[in-house]
Design a protein around this ligand. Structure first.
Ligand code: MTE
Ligand code: MO
Length: 534
């Protein structure tokens, strides 16, 4: 190993040692973000919006893995850099560690779920351990700091002068390289193993504490009004999306790198702002209330034509109107803002609630189970017909009555529309473009949705021919998607299939493509397929 590589290794190991220590300190408040996570949260809040495209900007499961790997790489690079600076000038590398400690503290302070005590302790212990490990390893790796400077650990035993370069033919230098190679291996592996073990242990203990404190009940209390889910249509076996999307397959879109762990007993949901009296509810309060079920299709504004960011579920919860009536809404209020425990906000015009037929819930259940953490445990908002980014606040902690002028939700600052009714969309599920198709009757099927308006008609055309009406599955009402089906007599060759839907107001989807920004995609979903002859 060259001198530069040994120096870099010392820096990287020191940086990970510092990080592992902060993860251990973070166990003092295990359900809150660790300094590392708080810094990542800060990064997302600052830069996610700049990416503009919600699908890219919002961090789903895959993106959060990417972000975590990115953060680890950055930590490694900065560790290497700190070692380089420290060697050039005693204290310069240490300053990098101190700066990182302060960054972690600042992130804990600004994070809505942050823990200031954790931030402070980690800001002291993290850099301290990092610097000590850096000095120790530089010494063990025979790297002299700032020529002439004496290391704390330096004179514990005799050693030859460190080699400037392993290629250096000077015998003394060669000897020292051989000696230091063993040191590099032993100390490198030892430190690495200690750091990894500490990190994994902190993660394991943390996860155990988090899940034991954020207890999701095994079952939901029964609802007074239930939704009879219609039987699957006869064509449902052909590959069309199921009418109800199972929780495990429901799309997840949010800005959270890790879904917040809410401590069930400590959680409170408040109704505040332009109300006669503020209301505060516990999880037990919500469970004890009159619960209703509503089947509602949820869609993301960044769902492009033919996309998967849409799902249909039966939500169990307290009607929002009941809660608002109890709080007594000031007639001058024009906007309802939901805020989450992690500081996300989404607001929609109160006028959306004027239509008593439109389901609007503080939901605690999804498809008969308590809300999964990814979907907002302990409670979230669900309002039929509005895109998620203006209405569907997960991990809800506050419902604020305000005016449309007074506050903008999270995504409005990034150029997304303030008013965002879900546009009518239709999607071809089958056939898929790479399916092996043989001439004869082929099932063309999919889903179409216009929540709160409902779907009146779905039509399909092949190769720009006549529009043909598809058969529609049964629905619980206007708030869910509908499955559609059309048997197609296919001839051999290349074909293009297109679909369009007409909503309950009689409006047919326009074929003109419109981008998702600022208020949702438009256009017909189109599939090109190849049909073989017999
Ligand atoms: N707290 C919080 N709630 C949120 C979001 C978020 O980032 N944070 N994203 C919203 C968006 S953009 C959508 S589309 C829906 C998605 O809900 P789901 O993940 O349960 O499908 O949640 C909404 N609620
Ligand atoms: Mo969304």
């Amino acid at each position: 190993m060259t001198r530069g590589q040994r120096r870099a290794l010392a820096g990287v190991l020191a940086a990970f040692a510092a990080l592992a220590v902060t993860e251990v300190v973070a166990l003092l408040a295990a359900t809150r973000p660790s300094p590392m996570l708080a810094v990542q949260n800060w990064f997302v809040t600052t830069f996610a919006g700049a990416l503009k495209d919600l699908a890219v900007a919002l961090f789903g499961t895959k993106h959060s893995t990417a972000l975590t790997i990115g953060a680890i790489v950055v930590v490694a690079l900065l560790g290497a850099l700190a070692a380089r600076w420290e060697v050039a000038r005693r204290g310069a590398g240490a300053a990098v560690f101190v700066a990182f400690g302060l960054l972690g503290l600042a992130a804990e302070v600004r994070d809505p779920q942050g823990s200031v005590p954790v931030g402070i302790i980690a800001a002291v212990l993290g850099p301290l351990v990092g610097i000590v490990v850096l000095w120790l390893l530089l010494d063990r790796f025979s790297i002299r700091v700032a020529p002439g400077a004496h290391l704390v650990f330096a004179d514990r035993r005799e050693r030859p002068a460190p080699a400037a370069d392993p290629a250096d033919p000077a015998p003394a230098a060669l000897e020292s390289v051989v000696g230091s190679r063993r040191d590099v291996v032993l100390w490198g592996l030892g430190t690495g193993a200690a750091v990894v073990t500490t990190g994994l242990l902190a993660k394991g203990v943390g996860d155990a504490v988090r899940t034991s404190r954020s207890t999701i009940p095994a079952a939901l209390p029964p609802a007074s009004e239930t939704v009879p889910v219609p039987p699957a249509p006869t064509f449902a076996t052909s590959g069309v999306s199921s009418y109800i999307t199972p929780n495990g397959r429901f799309y997840v879109i949010d800005t959270a790198i890790q879904a917040p762990f809410v401590v069930t007993d400590e959680w409170r949901m408040r109704i505040t702002g332009m109300v006669d009296r503020e209301i505060e509810l516990t999880y037990a309060d919500l469970q004890a209330r009159d619960l209703v079920e509503e089947a509602v299709t949820l869609a993301c504004v960044s769902n492009g034509v033919g996309g998967n960011l849409v799902g249909n579920a039966v939500w169990t919860g307290v009607p929002l109107r009941d809660l608002l009536a109890e709080a007594g809404v000031d007639p001058a209020a024009t906007q309802l803002v939901g805020e989450s425990v992690d500081g996300f906000t989404a607001g929609f015009p109160l006028a959306a609630l004027d239509d008593p037929e439109r389901p609007a819930l503080v939901a605690i259940g999804m498809n008969g189970e308590p809300l999964p953490r990814a979907h907002g445990f302990p409670a979230r908002l669900v309002v039929s017909g509005l895109y998620g980014y203006v209405s569907a606040t997960k991990w809800l902690k506050e419902i604020r009555l305000t005016t449309l002028e007074d506050e903008d939700g999270y995504w409005i600052h990034q150029g997304w529309a303030k008013e965002a009714p879900i546009k009518t969309q239709s999607r071809i599920d089958v056939p898929r473009s790479n399916d092996l198709l043989v001439e004869g009757t082929i099932a063309v099927a999919g889903v179409a949705w216009a929540p709160s308006r409902g779907i009146e008609r779905v039509e399909v055309r092949v190769d720009e021919g006549e529009w043909q009406a598809a058969e529609l599955g049964r629905v619980t009402g206007d708030d869910t998607w509908v499955q559609w089906f059309l048997p197609w007599e296919a001839s051999p060759g290349d074909h293009t299939i297109e679909v369009r839907a007409t909503d309950g107001d009689g409006e047919t989807q326009s074929g003109e493509p419109v981008d998702v920004l600022p208020d949702g995609a438009e256009g017909w979903h189109r599939r090109s397929v190849v049909v073989a002859g017999r």
